[in-house]
Design a protein around this ligand. Structure first.
Ligand code: CAA
Length: 260
């Protein structure tokens, strides 16, 4: 399948998703969100793929936000729909994907761009990255989960500061604040993500899927994360991956997980 705004490549178990609108700093217009939704759905369904590296094309931006030119004339109802569809089609899909998504933040990650990185499971930034939620400078608020996920990641105080000042922070500060896991040079960015991916693909896809459900459960309203953990832990005992992992340990060999 070919896309107008996305490049999807695969190397063994790793899917590389590159948002490819460099002239618009990879801004997320409606079509790009639709295509990302299709790409992530296809990755979820492909049993061969076990981890995703998500990045932006060019050397300037990961994603500079939702496409301002597209929504500038929207009404209240259209604004609400833009947010609701974005949550449902892309941001919640990424967060709940059963395979880890590593955001390789290679430049500006602003507004919807930072929100996409925050919906991902792991964030690695290059040292030229600039991160922020500048929406209030446009007269709007973060609408793709930013008010919630930024608060989860950096705490209420820093989230208030970032959102109300509309300022950008450096990659170094983002690491200090816990907004990104690690900062590396631009040249090392993808290789660093690949190193993490190579560790992930050695492990049980079934158990990783259960871990993602359990971690995310803490942030779901009305859900007890500990109860979810107990259920998911129990489910693991019924998987071929569990039999393989424990047998391999006892037989002193490396496991070969099938994700069954
Ligand atoms: N939407 C649409 N187009 C964008 C864009 C965006 N979010 N960000 C950049 N672009 C476009 C610019 O309009 C410009 O296009 P033209 O050449 O056709 O004019 C091109 O990308 C290059 O951008 P600049 O010339 O502005 O590049 P710069 O280096 O001078 O500045 C920047 C870079 C500081 C990132 C600046 O582009 C910028 O401030 N962008 C907007 C950032 C922003 O406000 N993001 C939040 C969007 S709202 C949102 O995301 C809402 C939500 O939560 C749902």
């Amino acid at each position: 399948m070919t896309y107008n705004n996305i490049v999807l490549e695969t190397k063994e178990a790793v899917a590389y998703v590159t948002i490819n609108r460099p002239k618009q700093l990879n801004a997320l217009n409606k079509e790009t969100i639709e295509e990302l939704s299709q790409v992530f759905t296809s990755i979820e369904e492909n049993k061969e793929l076990r981890v995703v590296i998500l990045t932006g094309s060019g050397d300037k931006a990961f994603v500079a936000g939702a496409d301002i030119k597209e929504f500038a004339g929207f009404s209240v109802e259209e604004g609400k729909l833009l947010s609701a569809e974005g949550h449902q089609k892309l941001f919640n899909l990424v967060e709940n994907l059963s395979k880890p998504v590593i955001a390789a933040v290679n430049g500006f990650a602003l507004g919807g761009g930072l929100e996409l990185a925050m919906a991902s499971h792991i964030r690695i930034a290059s040292n030229n990255a600039k991160l922020g939620l500048p929406e209030v400078s446009l007269g709007v608020i973060p609408g793709y989960g930013g008010t919630q996920r930024l608060t989860q990641l950096v705490g209420k105080g820093k989230a208030f500061e970032m959102i109300t000042t509309a300022g950008m922070i450096s990659a170094e500060d983002a690491e200090k604040w816990g907004l990104v896991n690690n900062v590396v040079s631009e040249e090392d960015l993808i290789a660093t993500c690949e190193k993490i991916a190579s560790k992930i693909v050695r492990n049980s896809p079934k158990a990783i899927g259960s871990a993602i459900i359990s971690i995310n459960a803490q942030y779901r309203e009305g859900v007890d994360g500990f109860v979810t953990e107990i259920t998911e832990f129990g489910k693991c005992f019924g998987t071929a991956d569990f039999k393989e992992g424990t047998s391999a340990f006892m037989e002193k060999r490396k496991p070969t997980f099938t994700g069954e």
